[in-house]
Design a protein around this ligand. Sequence first.
Ligand code: HEM
Length: 378
Amino acid sequence: MQERARYIYAPSSSPSAHELWKYEQSCKRFSSSCIASLLTRGSRKLALYTCKLQDMAGTVGVRFLVTVVAAVMASLLAGAAAGGPLSTGFYSKTCPNVQSIVRTGMAQAVAAEARMGASILRMFFHDCFVNGCDASILLDDTASFTGEKNAGPNANSVRGYEVIDAIKAQVEASCNATVSCADILALAARDAVNLLGGPTWTVYLGRRDALTASQSAANANLPGPGSSLATLITMFGNKGLSPRDMTALSGAHTIGQARCSTFRDRIYNDANIDPVLASLRQQTCPQSGGDDTLAPIDAQTPAAFDNAYYRNLMSKQGLFHSDQELFNGGSQDALVKKYSGNAGMFAADFAKAMVRMGAISPLTGPQGEVRLNCRKVN
Ligand code: HEM
């Protein structure tokens, strides 16, 4: 027996990504296909859910359908809000192993060098903020465009391209021409955080890869380490992210390293810096020269994804001027204080904000392509 049911609901609540995933899984056990799409009616956004049932025994099946669909609807609506046109089961039929391939590749990379987790997380941020999460950052320069790799915030700074290449090669060997580089990067960033002790979350998938990249967009859209709080709020706001998202995402600076050139001004010129930290950093970051000498962004636990970043801010130990702006008598002080004392709240907010960041302007459907080699268009 085959039956088709269609439901339209207006969004009312915002279940978490995990709830959405749970409901979607239970729906899939009972139906052959679950298709969610977002419609706009005037100013209202509606989610249309279509469920196709196969071989289901009449009454029991229908009763279950009603229960599940009610739950699934609430979740899908939230999913539409959280993941936009993306979905959690995008490759469940076409490349069911993609998540484990990416996880294995990231586990190897992080085991070889813990910092690589930080580098991949940052690469994803720098991809999403420049014309959306479309893997444009991975494109090498060509005769027809100057890409993002050599833009100011990325040159001699973003690293890990070869890690994505290796994972992509594994994914291609398993499912040829199916999984985009943009989705691989989104999964890799999630695994990077989790492998270093941070939270995990369900990644919405279905992004396609850009056909071009823009150095000028990279220069214009990525905030610099000298940014004020107002600038940070504006630049994240331009991407649809709230000040709370911005403060949570900045917690990524609990891992990784930074070059002297990015924090020199702060350690010599800022007043709101712990003098012990300033003189410690000055030892390896002179007034001139040594631009590329590295220092941990979180001095205590640079390879652990924890909430130490916020405790650092509260003791004036933010490494970048922009970090310390989050706790300098302004609107984010209270939130920084909460995160510093509540690791669980930070982890949950970070995960939610990553899902939102991962939904910035994706290419979907017929847009873009699934690149075979992440470094060049097909
Ligand atoms: C709020 C605005 C932000 C500013 C101004 C900023 C700035 C910077 C700078 C200057 C560096 C050092 C780069 C270098 O020395 O080469 C850095 C490193 C890093 N950033 Fe940010 N960042 C911001 C937000 C974010 C976000 C949202 C994430 C991720 C969600 C992130 C993740 C990282 C990571 C993990 C590193 C270390 C990378 C490594 O060790 O390779 N940052 N950031």
